[in-house]
Design a protein around this ligand. Sequence first.
Ligand code: FNR
Length: 180
Amino acid sequence: MTLRIATLVGSLRDDSINRRFTEALIRLAPDDLRFEPVAIGDLPLFNQDVEAEPSEPVDRFRAAIREADGVLFATPEYNRSIPGVLKNAIDHGSRPYGQSVWTGKPAGIVGVSVGKIGTAAAQQHLRAILAYLDMPTLGQPEAFIEWTDGLVDESGRIGPDSRDFAQDWMDRFAAWVRRA
Ligand code: FNR
């Protein structure tokens, strides 16, 4: 059985290091996992006044999460938390009350930053949100990744220094989603 993994990158930047790392990470996935990018940049700012009449992008987003067997979050760190664009998407998926599309979906978190702590602070905030949304989230290994030369090579693959770590992360994530 193929498991569908909705993949959310919390950066809208064309040359996002989180997107580049995530695309390289996905190349290490086993055959039974299919990673599907889910766009979040076209979602309107969440407004509870209109949550009962969702716009087309919100409908599309919620359907993509609903149909997924698991979710991969790749988050930058903005001011020691997750970017607003990612929180906005999470909020859209959680409403209306009682109709959250996140409930029970197994999740994994990775994050890449230019700083030494590699999104650790942002990921802790994201874990708290996912716990509230009742999403079982892979605990180990933590993927707090500092962007360095060669992390992703010219061909879009994880570089040799990080390949074993990335493969182990992917194998553990796949096992986590299969178990759920
Ligand atoms: C950052 N950056 C950053 N980095 C970090 O390690 N901790 C932080 O708290 C912040 N804060 C922050 C705020 C804002 C508004 C911006 C734009 C950036 C730097 C960040 O790691 C860097 O811009 C990455 O390149 C962002 O990831 P993407 O967009 O390349 O995936």
